[in-house]
Design a protein around this ligand. Structure first.
Ligand code: HGY
Ligand code: MN
Ligand code: MN
Length: 420
């Protein structure tokens, strides 16, 4: 069995984790902030592109800033096998989310090079633009454009909370490429990613074979009330958007724990911003976000309908105006059964325990599944698998296991002859 170099892999994760690093005041830990299309994201991108070129890969940047690095096969005419993920991060990230899939892909390439292994098919390592969606409001942006779910112009028109346009920000970091943004379907797509949750570690399972991704629905709300003096305004004369937001947050919690939408329903109000946000002023407006997740599409649609009905109810109860817009919406996705089986077999051959798991988080692989056979390998994490947090941590061994199986499955798929 060919072995990857786990020290080189782990060191590459640490190196990239230095870019956009910050010290988290609360924990004292080093976190990562490489919000999409910021200078830090640009620096991270350039760092990874340099590594791609050092490995002899030919690098292409497309019109939405997706980066593809290609290693030629003995049959350049055949569709490549692709490995990838993202290197943009939320503002309070660790160094593994997304990066393991990209740097793990580069470790696979380095191992192929070390052992002078040729493959029939070309192999491509990719990173996609703005997977997180936390700056421009919609997740898996680059891979959604590449696979046709999101038109390029709609992506270009997105603006962040400061009004900065995505296209301008892409140009500002030097990644407004000129390659066509629609991706020719690869032969297969593989993504190694941290689980970002407690399931694998709590079961003592070494690797997750991801069966699919749950449905995701994001709303951005603007709740407008009547700004007023906190001391002189009687309660009966108030139209308080902060109270309206609180009612919605409590409604979301009850909706999730009620069991009426299945056991997997999850709801989050991650951002609540009052304006003017002063201690002695009833806010004029509150903007907030709603994140709904459910592993069942029908249950998700029922939950969404009830959430919208509650927005109207809150308008009546609090005399406010609730306007909302859908900023992200993806249905459940099932990954390719044949590739899942290959992941399972490769893990078993290495003596690694596995279990099937549905992804709670969204991933680029769910977009690639629209155009090719896609699958994911999950790696467990420490500290209950916490993620989107500086405490995010997967060990050298856990990363080694994931990328070793990534290597094995990649080589098998990259040597698959075209169907007769
Ligand atoms: O929000 C998600 O599920 C992913 O981290 N973008
Ligand atoms: Mn991710
Ligand atoms: Mn993430």
């Amino acid at each position: 069995m060919t072995e990857i170099d786990p020290d080189r892999l782990y060191a590459s994760l640490a190196d990239l984790g230095q870019i956009g690093a910050y010290r988290d005041e609360r924990s004292g830990l080093m976190g990562v902030n490489r919000l999409a299309l910021t200078a830090a994201d640009g620096a991270g991108r350039r760092h990874v592109v340099e590594r791609m070129k050092a490995l002899g890969l030919s690098v292409t940047v497309d019109r939405i800033g997706n980066v593809y690095a290609r290693r030629e096969g003995t049959r350049p005419d055949l569709a490549p096998v692709m490995m990838g993920s993202h290197i943009d991060s939320v503002e309070t990230a660790g160094r593994f989310d997304g990066c393991l899939g990209v740097l793990g892909g580069l470790e696979v390439i380095a191992t192929l090079n070390d052992h002078r292994i040729e493959t029939l098919r070309p192999v491509v390592v990719a990173f996609f633009t703005d997977e997180e969606g936390s700056r421009f409001g919609t997740d898996m942006l680059g891979s959604a454009v590449a696979t046709g779910r999101l038109p390029l112009d709609a992506a270009y028109a997105l603006r962040d909370k400061h009004g900065k346009a995505l296209r301008d920000e892409l140009a500002a970091i030097g990644f407004l490429g000129d390659a066509p943004e629609r991706l020719a379907p690869p032969h297969a797509y593989l993504e190694c990613h941290i689980e970002q949750g407690p399931v694998l570690a709590s079961h003592g399972t070494q690797l997750g074979v991801v069966s699919g991704v749950q449905a995701i629905s994001w709303h951005e709300l603007s709740i407008v009330g009547k700004s007023a003096h906190a001391g002189t305004t009687p309660m009966s004369l108030r139209a308080d958007p902060a109270v309206a937001a609180a009612r919605i947050a409590l409604f979301l919690r009850e909706l999730a724990v009620s069991g009426r939408y299945g056991e997997g329903m999850r709801t989050t109000m991650g951002s609540i911003v009052p304006r003017p946000g002063l201690v002695n002023v009833v806010p004029a407006e509150v903007t907030c976000t709603v994140d709904l997740r459910n592993p069942d599409d029908a249950q998700m649609r029922r939950a969404e309908a009830d959430v919208l009905a509650f927005y109207a109810e809150v308008e009546r109860l609090e005399q406010v105006t609730v306007s909302w817009r859908q900023t992200a919406r993806t249905e459940t996705v099932t990954f390719a059964a044949a590739v899942q089986a290959r992941i399972e077999a490769a893990a078993r051959a290495r003596g690694l325990s596995t279990e099937r798991i549905v992804s709670g988080a969204g991933h680029d692989a769910q977009e690639l599944a629209r155009i090719t056979q896609a699958a994911m390998i999950f790696v467990p994490g420490e500290h209950d698998g916490i993620s989107h947090n500086p405490r995010e941590l997967s060990t050298r061994e856990q990363c080694k296991n994931g990328v070793s199986v990534l290597f094995d499955v990649l080589v098998t798929l990259a040597n698959q002859e075209p169907a007769p």
